[in-house]
Structures are given as structure tokens and as C-alpha cells.
Ligand binder design. Structure first.
Ligand code: NAD
Length: 321
């Protein structure tokens, strides 16, 4: 069994490689060659932790496995990351485990990859201003992955806690993009692409704040009750997602869906745009919205990249099981 520790996964898997892997697996999902299994997510009643599994099988890529992990809010006080993830991959021919892969960095790049792929396929080609709502751990990854998709000229950012803005500001500086902290009215009025990546439970961006032609990637809402944008904005947009079944239950679409403003049939898997089965954006003034709920196949896709690269470079630890 190969072991790819967290530090090695971080060194090996670039954002670019993750973005390509996510585009490929979204397409496999659309062709029904890959599927996610039901998610398990439970509060532990210990350490205030939430723990769960995401799993699936990509028949096209021959990747079978699971990501296990969750959220331990007390970890920061111990010098650890609050979100903890580990991937286990199994040989689909025999069921034997063949790799254990640290999943913290991989979760960040696979999440940023999903919004980046949505920008690649849905944003206007002439998008120049990138808007970012949120400034936590994920924000820098989101910003850098998005910036690779269009010729952005600046980043406008809003966060509820201005003290956190240094994280995305540093990411913008790293790639030479001007960065400005603004209010949400200005962000919506100027941004051609908007990423939301917060842990919020109420709408932060309203329909009237967004201009025609904007592409929005809602990435923070991955749990029942969370919310980042106005349901009326979701209802007014052409909506895409990683997986429709998750979007209506725990993604950003859950609120518009529950209010009867959005039918499940009106939500298109992004993979269908990637494969050419759906045209994606059809009008320059259309608002497109990607609801990135986060699926297990994303985790497995990037874990597989990590194992392949580690094996190719002779960098893995190996143990007999
Ligand atoms: P983080 O804890 O580092 O940052 C949280 C962000 O949300 C910060 O910007 C914080 O200021 C903001 N925030 C918190 N409460 C808020 C409120 N009430 N109103 C407005 N803003 C608020 O978290 P992170 O690692 O950056 O992740 C951000 C979110 O993305 C989390 O909710 C996480 O669960 C989610 N996430 C989604 C996926 C996915 O695949 N969709 C993957 C990873 C993380």
C-alpha cells in the first residue's frame, strides 16, 4: 500500500493538475461513467466535531475510494488545521486498499478547481474583474485557480471580518493582480465573475447587486442551512452544479428549491457543458451560477493524481497490508 503524507501531496499536486483532474471527473460523471455514493456526515458529540465520509467510483479512471474527515473547531488552538481529511483508495479489481493519501491540501485545490472549471466553461470570455466574497483558508486557493481562467485585471474582495483580508490579498500579490477591499454593492456592480466562499447562513449577495452577464460560483454552502446568495438571484440565473441531488439538499440551490423558485430539472451538471451535451452560456447578458457542493469523486480524482505522481517520482512510502 502506498502512503502519500500531507506534505508530499502538497508538494506534488499543483492547482493546475487538480483543475484538469476535476474537469475530467465532472465529464465522467456526466457520461455516467462515475458516480458518488451517499454521503455520511454526523456530529460526534465529542470535541464539537463533525465527521463523515464521501465516496464514489470512477469507472472511466478506475478510481475507487473514500475521503474521511470533518471539522474539529478546537484544532487551531493545538496548531492544527480545523478541517481534517484523509483519502483511502482501493483497487477496483480486488477491493484491496492500495493508497492512503493526506487530504487537507487536496481538499483546498479540488474545491478551487471546481469553481475554476465553472469559470473556464461559463464565464464571459472578456471577464476582467474578479470578485471574491470570503477571506478564510480557501479564499487564496479560489482566487489563484480562478485567475488562471481569464485575463483578470484586478480582484475586488469583501469579508465580514476585515482582519482576514490579508489571506486573499497575499494570494493576489503572489500572482501580480491588484487587490482592493470593497463593499458588496461595488463588488457586484464591477465584478464579471464572483466567487463566494464563506461559512455564512444568510444571503450576502442580493439579486439587485449583480450585473447582467456575471458568472457566480457559490462554493461555501456545503451543508443544510448554509447560504451565501439571495434565492431570487439563484432563480434568475442559469444554474449549474457538480451534482444536482446534492445541490437541492445541501448546496446553494437548497433555498430557492425549497421556496419553489427553482426546479431540480432546471439545474444542469457542469459535466454536461464540459462534454458538449449542454451549450452552457448562450447569451452575453445571462447570469450563470455554479453551485459547487463538493463531491467525493473530486477528492478521489486529486488523490489519484497524488499517488500517480508520487509513484512516478519514487517518492511514496510503501507498506504491506
Ligand atoms: P474558514 O473558516 O477559513 O473561513 C470562513 C470564511 O467565512 C471567512 O471568510 C469568514 O469571515 C466567513 N464567515 C464566517 N461566518 C460568516 C458570516 N456569518 N457571514 C459572512 N461571512 C462569514 O473556512 P474555509 O476553509 O475558507 O471554507 C469556507 C467555506 O467553504 C466553509 O463553509 C467550508 O465548509 C466550505 N467548503 C466548501 C467546499 C466545497 O466543496 N463546496 C470545500 C471546502 C470548504
Amino acid at each position: 500500500m502506498y502512503i502519500v503524507p500531507e506534505s508530499l501531496a502538497r508538494d506534488l499536486v499543483s492547482q493546475e493538475a487538480a483543475t484538469e483532474a476535476i474537469e475530467t471527473v465532472f465529464a465522467a460523471m456526466a457520461r455516467e461513467e462515475a458516480r458518488n455514493f451517499p454521503v455520511v456526515r454526523e456530529t460526534l458529540g465529542h470535541a464539537d466535531a463533525v465527521y463523515g465520509f464521501k465516496s464514489g467510483f470512477d469507472r472511466a479512471g478506475k478510481v475507487l475510494g473514500l475521503k474521511s474527515g470533518g471539522y474539529w473547531p478546537g484544532n487551531a488552538d493545538r496548531g492544527l488545521t480545523n478541517h481534517q481529511s484523509t483519502n483511502v483508495l482501493f483497487d477496483p479489481d480486488t477491493g484491496r486498499p492500495y493508497a492512503l493519501v493526506g487530504g487537507n491540501h487536496l481538499t483546498a485545490v479540488r474545491t478551487a478547481a471546481a469553481s475554476a472549471v465553472s469559470i473556464r466553461h461559463l464565464a464571459r470570455p472578456d471577464a476582467r474583474v474578479l470578485g471574491l466574497i470570503g477571506a478564510g483558508h480557501q479564499s487564496g486557493f479560489q482566487l489563484k485557480a480562478a485567475a488562471a481562467q481569464r485575463r483578470f485585471e484586478k480582484v475586488l474582495c469583501w469579508n465580514i471580518d476585515p482582519d482576514l483580508l490579508s489571506t486573499p490579498a497575499k494570494a493576489a500579490e503572489d500572482i501580480g493582480l491588484p487587490f482592493e477591499a470593497v463593499d458588496r454593492d461595488m463588488l457586484g456592480a464591477e465584478a464579471d465573475v464572483i466567487l463566494t466562499i464563506t461559512s455564512c447562513f444568510e444571503p450576502l449577495l442580493m439579486k439587485h447587486q449583480v450585473k447582467p452577464g456575471t458568472h457566480i460560483a457559490c462554493m461555501g454552502t456545503d451543508t443544510i442551512g448554509k447560504q451565501e446568495v439571495d434565492p431570487a438571484l439563484v432563480a434568475a440565473a442559469t444554474v449549474f452544479t457538480d451534482e444536482v441531488a446534492q445541490a437541492t439538499v445541501l448546496g446553494e440551490c437548497q433555498h430557492a428549491f425549497a421556496a419553489g423558485l427553482l426546479a431540480a430539472e432546471a439545474i444542469t451538471p457542469l459535466g454536461r457543458v464540459i462534454t458538449g451535451a449542454h451549450p452552457g452560456r448562450t447569451d452575453i447578458d445571462e447570469i450563470t451560477l455554479f453551485d459547487g457542493t463538493g463531491v467525493g469523486l473530486q477528492d478521489l480524482a486529486v488523490a489519484d493524481v497524488a499517488v500517480r505522481l508520487a509513484v512516478a517520482q519514487g517518492a511514496t512510502l510503501t507498506v504491506d497490508m
